[in-house]
Design a binder for this molecule. Structure first.
Ligand code: GLT
Ligand code: MN
Ligand code: MN
Length: 388
């Protein structure tokens, strides 16, 4: 049905590194050949994506001479214009090169940290040239295998210094990026600093220009640790800090699988889409995922189509959930504030404090109530299974 065909206004984006993934893993080599950045832009545009995001080295090789860099970038810009594609987000590859094996912004060697900051300044220049407005920091190498090597307070302090440095550079250049920190608990490092959305939010409040910083949560990163991603995104939204989001599929307790969006735990994905849609989130809907290693190029495009179509299907289901009278009746009942306590708690005035102090509660009545959540969850399941 045409309502599930992606349009530019849906704000779907993919990384060059996602559809461009050639299927290497720690146990096996590439299984498909790499696609050029220009062909990725063309195909994603045909499929209805809004844009494509990149690391500096997804586009420009780390050892490219300036002239080579310029010709690659101008060819890429032409493709963006030809196929009406945007680059809403850019980032730096601070994890692939052996120089970063001990960390980038948190490395013990100050020269490595300085190189990481310089590489990021240049990648910010590139992103700005391509029109990016969001700049992501995923600290994949910012961690340890053994804490004998550094005091975690030093790791965090260095991270802060580097981000403060880069925020000053942003201001000087007039780029006006929104910086988004992407938390992850582990992989590729044994343990990564800023493992959760909450940790990142706490850290942001210690930065010089904290208003410029938000988060880029990824479904797989919380889910692999057994955490509830919907709650993490809710907290980021509440803080006004959801600057970007990485959508994908993941089983708990595994390595970072980065499956197609919706490939796992359709109910969790439904609650996520419902939350994003109801919150009025206006940022990119970015798929940070890749096709199964079994796939050839056709499978890669099946994967990309699948991510977008599942999002749109779940968006429609979220709409149905809001329209479902039986579901809404249960919700209305459990939220009802007939006696005005919600209002009372929202205003901590002297009058309300003494009113509350004087109130007699009947614990037995409160404790004997049934909430009908079994029914609510079954109705949700049936809705998702197409039975409502
Ligand atoms: C890498 C990682 C992702 C990050 C990307 C941005 S790179 O694929 O697994 O989670 O979002 O650096
Ligand atoms: Mn991931
Ligand atoms: Mn990611």
């Amino acid at each position: 049905m045409s309502q599930y065909v992606p349009k530019k206004t849906d704000r779907f984006t993919f990384g060059l590194w996602t559809v461009g993934n050639i299927g290497r893993d720690p146990f096996g080599t590439a299984v498909r050949s790499s696609l050029s950045a220009v062909s990725i832009v063309r195909k994603l545009s045909e499929l209805g994506a809004y844009g494509v995001n990149l690391h500096d080295n997804d586009l420009v090789p780390i050892d490219a001479a300036p002239a080579e860099r310029d010709s690659i970038v101008s060819e890429f810009k032409k493709a963006l214009a030809d196929y009406d594609m945007k680059v809403p987000m850019a980032t730096t590859n601070l994890f692939y090169d052996p120089a970063f094996k001990e960390g980038a912004f948190t490395a013990n060697d100050p020269k490595v940290r300085a190189y990481a900051v310089q590489k990021t300044m240049r990648a910010m220049d590139l992103g700005a040239e391509l029109g990016a407005k969001v700049y992501v920091f995923w600290g994949g190498r910012e961690g340890t295998e053994t804490d004998a090597c550094k005091d975690p307070r030093d790791g965090i302090k260095r991270y802060r210094e580097c981000l403060n440095f880069l925020a000053a550079y942003d201001e000087e250049q007039g780029y006006n990026y929104r910086f988004a920190i992407e938390p992850k608990p582990n992989e590729p490092r044994g343990d990564i600093y800023l493992p959760t959305v909450g940790a990142a939010l706490g850290f942001i409040s210690t930065l010089d220009k904290s208003d410029k910083f938000g988060v880029n949560p990824e479904y797989a990163h919380d889910t692999m640790a057994g955490l509830n991603f919907v709650h993490a995104v809710g907290q980021a939204l509440d803080a006004g800090k959801l600057f970007h989001i990485d959508l994908n599929g993941q089983k708990p307790g595994r390595y970072d699988q980065d499956y197609r969006f919706g490939a796992e735990d359709i109910k969790a994905n439904f609650f996520l889409v419902k939350l994003l849609e109801e919150s009025g989130y206006q940022g990119s809907l970015h798929f940070d995922a890749h096709a199964y290693r079994t796939e050839d190029e056709e499978g890669v495009w099946d994967f990309a189509r699948g991510c977008m179509r599942t999002y749109l299907l779940l968006k429609e289901k979220a709409h149905q959930f809001q329209q479902d009278a039986e579901i809404q009746a249960i919700l209305q009942d459990v939220h009802s504030d007939a006696e005005g306590y919600a209002q009372l708690l929202a205003a901590p005035t002297a009058e309300n404090r003494s009113k509350l102090n004087a109130t007699q509660f009947n614990r037995e009545i409160l404790g004997s109530r049934g909430y009908r959540y079994e029914r609510l969850d079954q109705l949700t399941t049936e809705l998702l299974l197409g039975m409502r």
